[in-house]
Every structure is written in structure tokens, then in C-alpha cells.
Design a protein around this ligand. Sequence first.
Ligand code: GAP
Length: 460
Amino acid sequence: MDTTQSDRVEDPKTEVTMEKIVSLSKRRGFVFQSSEIYGGQAGAWDYGPMGVELKNRIARTWWKEMTQLHDDIVGLDAAILMHPRTWEASGHVENFTDPLVDCKKCKQRFRADMIPEDKLAKKECPECGGELTDTRKFNLMFKTNIGPVDDGSGLIYLRPETAQGIYVNYKNIVQSNRMKIPFGIAQIGKAFRNEIVTKNFIFRTCEFEQMEMQYFVKPGEDEKFFEYWREQRWKYFEKLGVDMARLRWHRHGPGELAHYAKDAYDIEYEFPMGWKELEGVHNRSDYDLKRHQEYSGKDLQYIDQDNGNERYIPFIIETSAGLTRQLLMVLSDAYREEKVADKGNDDDWRTVMRFHPNLAPVTVAVLPLMKKDGLAEIAQDIRQGLKEEFSTDYDQSGAIGRRYRRQDEIGTPFCVTVDYQTKEDRTVTVRFRDSMEQVRVKREELEPTLKQAIKNYKRG
Ligand code: GAP
């Protein structure tokens, strides 16, 4: 599919690195290490005030795309804890494993499929050259116990994907909502995997969120809808306003296909650490519903009442995205370091998050030039008037330039400044984050000006 030229100029000084993103995320309240005061918990992260806003906005955009813009898709919020037979039927108990090796010398643990082939063949540790153990299979599901007795009889899993909650509810939804094939079910929720390697910040974690949509189709129509959903997912990222030159398709080869998949593509994004999977579009065939029918003993056939009560097990096209991984993409994609002056000091530079205004945690910051002479009161009043329509911030401390820089770092697309002229003619300045251009508008025109700017936004 078509890609456009990347809009991010690479210069070693302004290169976007994971270290810079981690540092800004902590400094500005996007993402914190879980349980940091105890030394941190590997594979888990906490989303701060800016992070939770950004995450919710990404989730809302995806949800709107799926349910509001597609008439034939409905939502679901299934429980994380499911009957353990679910995971036998899904194949996770048997197949959801990673190959694991340990180094006998440095004690590091690796996924065998991530070690260079020559080293693995020689059983040589890629870090210290020590001897590696034999490869063994390691199941990624977290086990826990339900009920008061911990003797194994209450074994239960934390779901490793949200998809199965949709499959086991498919019949309920067909019946309660009179859904007719083809139709989809969308869900956003937490998933848990006991990942062996959890580096790269929030890219691969043990606790994360997924945004999955399962589309139920008549057998034989699966390939057509598979192509349809590939196209739809590509368009979603165009709408999200990210750099399309950093996205590409990767088709799974025979060795890569998951146990359930007839065909699969990943959308990959060029993260600071390289091209990596962002989300998957899978043709899951009739594997899932056949297996649940077999393991539950319940008839999961669809009855096509418009076609002489024809019965069949639907095929499923899945679009499976990581919400937290998408957040990392949005952070990486928005991050810029820009030279804005040439006076030979640190202030010449700004770090700016060029989020799409629909995703930015704060849409408008209202800043009085001075606290005194009634400017703060006017600014507070303006903020109050904007609150219903926009997410707002208010900042009256420090030099105005510093305040703009703070807003740039959290990606606020518009700053409204109240100055002495405001008192005279009821005008304010609107400062645009990307161009840093400032225009004067009447207070009454502020809301329509901002709405228009959001509607017409194109990242520069
Ligand atoms: N239901 C199919 C499924 O779960 P997957 O390729 O294993 O497929 C789908 O996962 C998406 O979930 C990935 O593309 C990624 O965005 C996200 N994901 C998977 N494991 C993750 C992890 N450990 N941490 C963060 N995101 C993860």
C-alpha cells in the first residue's frame, strides 16, 4: 500500500531515542515505572495524568472507528477471569509458549528465537559467551487460584488476549442483538502475558491493554473481508495523523503463523528501536468457534434465517491492536526536538510533542501574561468558558516563554494568552504549537477558531 515521505528529519542531535521518550514520559507525567519506590516491577507501568488522558483518547478514537463508524459492529466488555476450559479450547494451554534458554554463567534468560542462529547452535550466550541450557517451552499465561483453597482445584488464568471473551459471547450477542452475518464485536481490555523479555519501555509488557475486533463472516467470504479489514486498519492510521512512512505491512510466513491462523499480516511501525509489530490482522478461519463448540458441547453454528436456515460455523477476521503499544507509537511519532532561536543557549531548543489535537491530553492552555492587574481572573474566566468543549489547563507561573515550552512538552496544540490588550478590546492571542504562530482573536471567536483549527489540522 502507498506510503508517503516521512515528515521527521533525522539529525543525530535530534534523533528520537527510547531514552528521550522514557525521560519525557516521566518528567511530564505520561508513564511511570510501576512501584518505583520499591525499585520497580518489571513488565508493568503506570500511566500518569497525561498518559491516562492520551491512552483514553486513543481508545476512544479506536472505539469510535469500530462501533460508531461501522453499523455492523457492537461492543463488549467481558471479564478478565474466564472458565479455564476456555484456554484449553483456544489452544493457549498447549501452544501459547515461548522457547526459553538460560545462560549458566551470567544467569540471563533469553527467548531462544531471539538469539542469532549460529550462537544458538553452539549453545553460546549472546551476552557473555557462557554455556546456554537446552531450549525448553515456557507457557506465557499467568496462573492464579480462585477460591480459598490453594490446592490446584481453583486454577484460573489471567486472560492473555481479549479475543476469547468475544468468542464465548458470540451466540449471546447474535441472539440478544439480532446480529446478522457479517458483523463484528469490538472490545478494549487488559491482557496479561508472562513475557520473558520486557525491555523497550511499554512495547512488550506483562500487563497491557488490547483493542480487538472480531468480524464473523460466512465461510468462503473470509478472504474478501480479510482484505477489507486490512484496508480499514491502514486508513485508521492515516486518520490518526501519524507518519505513514513509518508504517508497513509484514505478511506472516508459514513458520510464523499462529496455531489458529489461515493468513496473517502485521502492521509494523518504525519505533526508535527499529521496525516492530504494531498490530495484527488475522484470518482465524473457523478454528475458534469449532474448538469452543467441541469443548463446551454447545451448538455454536450460525443459523442464516434469510437463506433457508442454512447452518454454518462462521469464519473470523480479527484485527488485534495493543492500546499501550499504540500509545508508544503515538509518543514516538509526535516527539520532536527543534531549534527555535539562535542565541547560543539551551533556550534555543524546544522539545515538542506534535500530537493530533484529538489525541493531545490538553487541548487548550490558558495563560495570563501576569498574575496581577486582573489578568489572572480574566484568564480563569476564559478557561471556565472553554471547559465544556475542550480539555483545558491553566498556568500562571514563570516567564511566558517557559510556560509555552511546558505546554509544548505535553503536546498542547493551542495556548491562549491574556494580556493588557485583552482588558481593552476583549481580544486574546492564540499560539499554535506546531508553527508557534500567534494570532489575535476576539474572546467570542475563540471557541469557533479552535474548533476550526482542530478540524483543519494537518501536522507540519
Ligand atoms: N488475539 C490475537 C492476539 O492477541 P497478538 O499478536 O499476540 O495477537 C496482538 O497480539 C497485539 O497485542 C500485538 O500486535 C501488540 O500490539 C499487542 N501485544 C501483544 N503482546 C503484548 C505485550 N506483551 N505487551 C504489549 N502489547 C502486546
